[in-house]
Design a binder for this molecule. Structure first.
Ligand SMILES: C[S@@+](CC[C@H](N)C(=O)[O-])C[C@H]1O[C@@H](n2cnc3c(N)ncnc32)[C@H](O)[C@@H]1O
Length: 823
């Protein structure tokens, strides 16, 4: 159903069914009205059986009021906003071939067709670009996802979002969740580590960033390594990122706090630098950018996950602080000197935010600075980080570590407090007397008669001095919901200035100084050694409350069924049998000694439930593929192919990896397969069973855009009318093609896979010309016919794109309401 030409009554209903509208008055087009009304009444009217979540939690309110999370005069607005539904947001994939078409459709079609006239004559905008996101690539609608699903009038828009999301041209993602990658300042050649990546919204965004300016048929120099500890969520991540069809991604399954560094020197022993180290550009896995989007209590997502109201308690944040510090410290040690790391959470709790940032600064000494990014993304409304906060433990408020009872010291650590000072660090505070007073009064500040003393929530700060951090935590960013009708988020940006100091037994904070760039730097700890990423101390492990943790960002939660997903059956151990012929080398140049050594190293890495990764060096098969498709010499092909089954004679799928990913894989092999790799590479070829052809490997639809500019054979141009016939009927006999030239050229192709390109300009083309606007489809040239080899979803996308390009001819091209059947 179309948005154009709707009746006035329809439009009225449409307008009435909304909340959170942006109203642009004619005088003030920029004016934005934040929607903070409670939507429950509306929802109940439209669905009387619907039971709203309880949007109240006394402990939550008490906690955040006490923390001064927003000024008292904003409290009611803040709470009202948290109780209202979150507007849906999505991002256009800027590396998609048709991102400009999608942008134009949103701007010229949906933005106008969904625009309404309010009762006061003002214009009500239903979708609009997020003003702070570069190049109008991210959009927000006034509707929540639920409203989009239910409102009939929005059906066409909703269908559009669904299709484009499935194809990978857009990604639905909460607006504030798009912020952290923007502060990573990603460049196309960067090696990026996404430490806690599932379900993968930010990984996808990072991939978009590195691919953004890559020409069709070429790959960026960088790569993304996306990791998550949870096997099931790793599978979601794989499914999600498959939509990107990228050769520049590795998905791993590790505890981020113990992420391996694949350090070759360590693996190979000291003294004798092994031969293979010299052959690689890298000898340790270090990254230019690290995203540390850690597991958190997730109370910033209350608007889209209202069940958190019921579950929330202050212990969630306390329980995660240690794990968050560990993960961030590991990230920092894997970051190259000069690199940037972003730490983020979707929690509002200072224990998970400023306290973690402060602890990182203390532990890293002068080797790391917290960057002032106030001039970046100026249209993003954010507030500075807190300098003061308190810790609540078992309902008691604590303002300094000295108030922590002995029995609670495993759970409440010095780093949770603004000064970060431990029990022994602050005799000058004269807290000894206070501590003994606490002990005298009994456990956790309860006096013997049961009346609370200093920890009484009603009078938490009147007796004790409040601690304040001297670190520049105001450089952290807090995004609060009622500033721009969003969720809440916390972001801090770090810059690594030098190697980390050797782990100190006690993490004392030294007073800092401000650098020439105006950024704060804590004073260097005295003993600084150039250490590798393996040597950084692993801190105390907390995080035993992980079951309660909100994993956040579950915008895309559909499990994919792919051969490369992780096996969740713990009983299954894959025995990796490596055939003699598999060699580790760049371009197959390695000598026999190296092969033997490499194989030994490979044998060490046996990961439960993980298919092995093998470079595909089968000369005969690879040569055959190359010859059949006429792959140009200029395309880096040999040495970039991998397979995931050990039986080299029955390879089903061949994956392509970028140069950057190839380097990491080679390093990983040499380092004894430390990485537990769940997915890697772009599926480029798939074996076609029971066919007679010179080459049994067909090009997949994922592989087609990358390969198309580099093949010189098995490629043919079709006139719009024949292209349309192919899309419509999927298999066409040569005699049924309309265009005689196409018929002749198609019948001269070799039996097997071929690429049919839409000749949209209807020119006579002698040489194939491929650019970003090219519309091509993978087909099979059979004995008497050409058959389409893509799934229904891809056909649907091709139809949409074809109609956009040939708009003036659309009448003659409209498909005749015949169903398109999946391949
Ligand atoms: C906030 S979510 C990440 C969201 C993700 N960055 C995105 O944008 O889609 C936190 C993730 O951390 C993972 N996680 C929890 N503990 C972890 C650990 N120790 N190491 C690595 N990942 C962990 C969870 O499985 C969860 O997927």
């Amino acid at each position: 159903m179309g948005g154009r030409g709707r009746s006035r009554t329809q439009r009225k209903h449409f307008a009435q069914s909304r909340e959170n509208n942006w109203k642009y008055t004619k005088n003030d087009p920029e004016q934005q009205q934040n929607g903070t009304a409670d939507n429950n009444n509306n929802r109940e009217n439209s669905n009387p059986s619907w039971k709203p979540f309880v949007t109240q939690n006394i402990a939550f309110e008490e906690y955040y009021k006490e923390q001064g999370i927003v000024p008292p005069e904003e409290w009611n607005t803040f709470m009202d906003c948290l109780r209202s539904e979150l507007p849906a947001a999505f991002r256009i994939n800027s590396s998609s071939q048709c991102y400009l078409e999608i942008q134009a459709k949103l701007e010229n079609d949906f933005m106008k067709s969904l625009q309404e006239e309010g009762t006061d004559g003002s214009e009500v905008v239903a979708i609009r670009p997020l003003p702070w996101y570069p190049e109008n690539l991210a959009w927000q609608s006034t509707f929540s996802r639920k409203q989009l699903r239910k409102n009939k009038i929005l059906e066409r828009f909703h269908e559009f979002l669904k299709l484009q999301n499935e194809i990978g041209n857009i990604t639905r993602q909460e607006a504030v969740s798009m912020v952290p990658p923007l502060f990573l300042d990603v460049r196309p050649d960067d090696f990026i580590l996404d430490m806690c990546a599932a379900p993968g919204s930010k990984t996808f965004q990072l991939l978009e960033m590195i691919h953004h300016s890559a020409e069709l048929g070429s790959l960026p120099g960088g790569m993304v390594l996306a990791n998550d500890v949870d096997v099931q969520r790793c599978n979601l991540l794989i499914h999600q990122t498959k939509r990107m069809s990228t050769a520049n991604l590795i998905v791993t399954n590790h505890e981020a706090q113990h992420f391996p560094s694949c350090h070759l020197k360590r693996t190979c022993g000291e003294g004798s630098e092994p031969q293979e180290v010299k052959e690689l550009d890298i000898d340790q896995l270090l990254f230019d950018r690290v995203l540390c989007d850690v597991p958190c209590s997730g109370d910033g997502t209350l608007r889209k996950a209202p069940d958190i109201w019921r579950r929330w308690n202050a212990g969630m944040g306390n329980g995660l602080h240690g794990l968050q510090v560990q993960i961030a410290m590991r990230g920092m040690s894997l970051l190259k000197v000069g690199g940037r790391m972003v730490y983020s959470t979707c929690s509002m709790n200072p224990i998970e935010n400023e306290a973690v940032v402060a602890e990182i600064l203390r532990r890293c000494g002068g080797s790391v600075e917290l960057i002032d990014v106030s001039s970046e993304l100026p249209q993003l409304v954010r507030r500075p980080g807190l300098k003061k906060w308190k810790v609540q433990d078992k309902g008691m408020w604590l303002t300094s570590y000295n108030e922590v009872h002995d029995s609670r010291r495993a759970a409440v650590v010095p780093g949770m407090f603004p000064s970060g000072k431990g029990y022994m660090d602050a005799p000058e505070h004269g807290d000894d007397a206070r501590r003994s007073q606490l002990r005298d009064n009994g456990s956790n500040g309860h006096s013997q008669n049961g009346v609370g003393t200093v920890q009484d929530p009603a009078t938490p700060t009147t007796i004790l001095d409040e601690e304040a951090s001297t670190l520049p935590l105001e450089r952290c960013m807090r995004i609060v919901p009622h500033d721009q009708n969003s969720g809440a988020f916390f972001i801090a940006v770090f810059h690594k200035l030098s190697p980390l100091p050797v782990a100190q037994k006690k993490h004392c904070y030294q007073p800092g100084k401000t650098t020439s760039t105006g950024n704060f730097q804590a004073q260097s700890l005295p003993k600084v050694k150039d250490i590798n990423a393996d040597e950084v101390e692993q801190v105390d492990s907390v995080g035993n409350q992980l079951s309660e943790v909100t994993m956040g960002d579950a915008d895309i939660l559909e499990n994919g069924n792919d051969e490369a997903t992780l096996d969740t059956d713990p009983s299954k151990i894959v025995e990796v049998k490596r055939p003699e012929l598999i060699k580790l080398s760049s371009d197959g140049k390695a000598g026999p000694e190296l092969v033997t050594r490499s194989r030994k190293l490979q044998m060490r890495g046996r990961w439960r439930g993980i298919d092995p990764i093998l470079f595909y060096h089968e000369e005969a098969a690879v040569g055959q593929i190359k010859a059949f498709y006429g792959i140009k010499e200029s395309f880096p092909f040999k040495g970039h192919l991998i397979v995931r089954n050990t039986d080299i004679d029955h390879v089903k799928r061949v994956y392509y990896v970028s140069k950057s990913v190839k380097e990491v894989l080679e390093l990983n092999f040499l380092a004894g397969e430390q990485l537990k790799i769940a997915a890697v590479g772009l599926k480029m070829f798939e074996r076609q069973k029971d066919v007679s052809t010179e080459c049994v490997f067909r090009i997949t639809s994922e592989g087609m855009p990358l390969l198309l500019p580099h093949i010189t054979k098995q490629i043919v141009y079709a006139s719009p009318v024949d292209f349309k016939l192919l899309l419509q009927y999927k298999s066409i006999k040569f005699g049924d093609f309309v265009d005689a030239e196409f018929r002749e050229k198609a019948s001269k192709l070799q039996f097997g896979c071929c690429a049919v390109i839409l000749n949209k300009d209807k020119k006579t083309l002698s040489e194939p010309q491929v650019d970003a606007s090219t519309i091509a489809i993978g087909c099979w040239r059979g004995r008497n016919s050409i058959t389409v080899m893509v799934i229904a979803l891809d056909i649907q996308e091709l139809v949409e794109r074809m109609l956009t390009y040939l708009e003036e001819d659309s009448d003659s091209l409209l498909l005749e309401n015949k169903p398109l059947i999946a391949a």
